[in-house]
Write a protein that binds this ligand. Structure first.
Ligand code: FUB
Length: 327
């Protein structure tokens, strides 16, 4: 049990947590983060420093209550197909079941996305024997629309291997598009009713500017890098994501859950640390951003802490940019 977390302060301080996916389940806020470990792995663009092995679930009764750590809910040693690097997870509820979606490297060192199930939002979760057939790369985010159709958004560059799948098969030496070519977008696939398999082949999402031109690979302030999240506000789908090398959480909107999405702006300014990763959730009539930074660890990129801030919309549906060190 920790003290009552204030905005822009770590939700918990007894462990390092990152990549928060927040949802309201059973009237409470449940947060599904990565669990960062203290270790001496080398730091590189391949992400070897993110050597996570398990997941914990956190919850908040509301924003006036301490954050509860429900303990370890899944470990890599219990996932038959996974070898290492339990990266950013997400969760969803359907069929009277809670689903935990998570990426990890398989025994060939290729990132795949798996599923584990539970009867409780707090876990523990029982993994499927195999990863989702046809899944690849990292950072699953599952959105269930008002019509109950479920979509998985996923994909991340560099350590997340997205650029290695441009031909539809894994090419270990493939690089991203040239600076003047359209940037790679995140992937989306509708899930079957069972929530364990894709209903269709994943397709790439296009993110365009106000003129309808695709964002270019060299447009690092705006183009997609990793960490997609999807929420709906006033009948628009909002796709938000990390720009990676420029460290923003940016967003784009569409009338269709598969896009194309029109770039709109920045939700979160750069945080302390290299990665930035977020989720957006509505609770008791207000909207909240969950994110992480490395302030507690003194800037160690692989030791991050989950925080929250209130998120506000303007009248025209645009989102006010959050400065996590000033608001
Ligand atoms: O936590 C490992 C990776 O770092 C995540 O999958 C990315 O989104 C980035 O936050």
């Amino acid at each position: 049990m920790s003290k009552i977390p204030k905005p822009n302060e770590p939700l918990v301080t007894h462990i390092f947590t990152a990549d928060p996916s927040a949802h309201v389940f059973e009237g409470k806020i449940y947060i599904y983060p990565s669990h960062d470990l203290v270790h001496d792995q080398p730091s590189n663009d391949n992400g070897d420093q993110y050597a996570m092995e398990d997941y914990h679930v956190l919850s908040l009764e509301d924003f006036n209550s301490p954050c509860v750590d429900h303990g370890q809910v899944l470990h890599v040693k219990d996932v038959p197909w996974a070898k290492k690097q339990m990266w950013a997870p997400d969760a969803a509820y359907k069929n009277n079941t809670y689903y935990l979606f998570f990426p990890a490297r398989d025994h060939d060192d290729i990132f795949r996305i798996g599923v584990a199930t539970s009867s409780s939002p707090a876990g523990p979760f029982t993994p499927q024997d195999h990863y989702i057939p046809g899944s690849f790369s990292i950072d699953p985010a599952v959105f269930i629309d008002e019509d109950q159709r479920a979509y998985m958004y996923f994909g991340g560059l560099w350590g997340g291997q997205l650029e290695k799948w441009q031909t539809g098969t894994f090419k270990p030496d493939a690089e991203g598009p040239d600076k003047n070519e359209p940037a790679l977008g995140p992937m989306v696939a509708e899930l079957n009713e069972d929530m364990l398999t894709f209903k269709e082949k994943p397709q790439e999402i296009s993110i365009v500017d106000e003129q309808g031109n695709p964002l270019l690979s060299g447009d690092e302030e705006r183009r997609y890098f990793e960490g997609p999240w999807l929420h709906k506000y006033n009948d628009y789908y909002y796709l938000s994501y990390s720009t990676g090398t420029t460290h923003y959480i940016a967003y784009a909107i569409s009338k269709n859950p598969k896009g194309p999405f029109v770039y709109k702006g920045t939700i979160l300014k750069p945080v302390i640390g290299w990665t930035t990763h977020h989720s957006i959730v509505k609770f008791e009539g207000k909207w909240y951003l969950f994110y992480h930074d490395c302030s507690l660890s003194g800037g160690l990129n692989h030791q991050r802490s989950v925080k929250y801030a209130e998120l506000r919309y303007n009248e025209d549906g645009t989102i006010q940019t959050i400065d996590p060190y000033q608001d």
